[in-house]
Write a protein that binds this ligand. Structure first.
Ligand SMILES: Nc1ncnc2c1ncn2[C@@H]1O[C@H](COP(=O)(O)OP(=O)(O)OP(=O)(O)O)[C@@H](O)[C@H]1O
Length: 273
């Protein structure tokens, strides 16, 4: 087996007295999609923040390509090729596609004695990189980001990460706010990124979306890793059961059974259930 591109070993995170993550060990290889599944409050955002250098773990180690790393700031994580794309793409609605693609790293050209933003080059590169990921409807980098669909915004943010050399792409609920077609588009882009050899960490609640693109899955429940398995090792029902929905239903069933056992087999009145 090759060395994982990114490996977490026994990561714990506490905020004061509150323990949020417990002994999380995970690994992701280049050209692989790791799906991180978990219900609200499972600890996904906290883990993303640790991976992207916003928070430091309380305990545990991280390695990249077999070497220990400490992401002491978002800048350090980014210098290691970690790139995080948030649900709405994190782009700026009033900026053009080209400008938003290069924000903070604008290409320039000389205009007399001045260095000015090279809009034409920025637009060309942005449109080309989106096309590379299969977004062919956009041919004008002057268009405002605010006019793009949710899926196109995700595509723009992913294309940007790929262009600037991401080796680990963290996608935080990229399909959560999208319709079926748009989500399918984004899932296709995830597979394109994987094909380019990027290690993708795909965070989602959606088991169907995870199963469409995932090679490897981890389920977080209340800050702990409840399961870790590879594609084909579990059915959709088993995964759904593992997630909080299944857990909540099991708790409810146990409660109802407990009530019936002590009430002559009668189910609880609605308010007690
Ligand atoms: N700074 C903090 N201080 C104390 N508790 C925190 C802090 N940040 C997160 N938590 C707690 O840690 C738990 C996990 O939160 P987190 O936001 O990581 O979950 P999540 O899986 O991303 O949920 P969601 O899908 O709702 O965003 C929650 O119970 C939350 O209240």
């Amino acid at each position: 087996m090759t060395t994982p591109l990114l490996k977490l070993d026994g990561i714990n995170k506490s905020f004061g007295p509150v323990d949020v993550l417990h002994d999380i060990s995970l690994e992701v290889h280049a050209g692989e999609v790791l799906c991180l599944l978990g219900d609200n409050g499972a600890g996904k955002s906290t883990l993303i923040r640790i991976l992207s250098g916003v928070h430091q773990p309380t305990r545990g180690t991280m390695m990249m390509n077999g070497q220990p790393v400490a992401f002491t700031s978002p800048r350090v994580a980014s210098d290691h090729g970690i790139s995080t794309v948030h649900q709405f793409g994190g782009t700026f609605p009033l900026m053009s596609i080209g400008r938003s693609f290069f924000v903070g790293a604008e290409p320039t050209k000389r205009f007399g004695p001045f260095e000015v933003f090279d809009r034409k080059t920025a637009n060309e590169i942005a449109v080309r990189e989106m096309r590379e990921l299969g977004i062919t409807r956009i041919d004008d980098g002057n268009r405002l980001v605010g006019g793009l669909s949710g899926g196109e915004r995700q595509a723009l943010a992913i294309a940007r990460a790929v262009h600037f050399g991401a080796s680990v792409l963290i996608l935080d609920e990229p399909t959560a706010a999208l319709g079926v077609k748009e989500a399918a588009h984004v899932l296709r882009i995830v597979l394109q990124a994987r094909k380019k050899g990027i290690a993708v960490i795909f965070i989602t609640h959606n088991v169907t979306h995870a199963m469409t693109v995932g090679d490897h899955f981890a389920v977080l429940i209340r800050g702990a890793k409840a399961a870790d398995f590879r594609k084909g090792e579990k059915t959709r029902e088993e995964i759904t059961d593992l997630m909080a929905g299944g857990e909540a239903m099991a708790e409810l069933e146990a409660e109802i059974e407990g009530y019936m056992a002590t009430h002559d087999g009668h189910p609880p009145p609605v308010a007690a259930a």
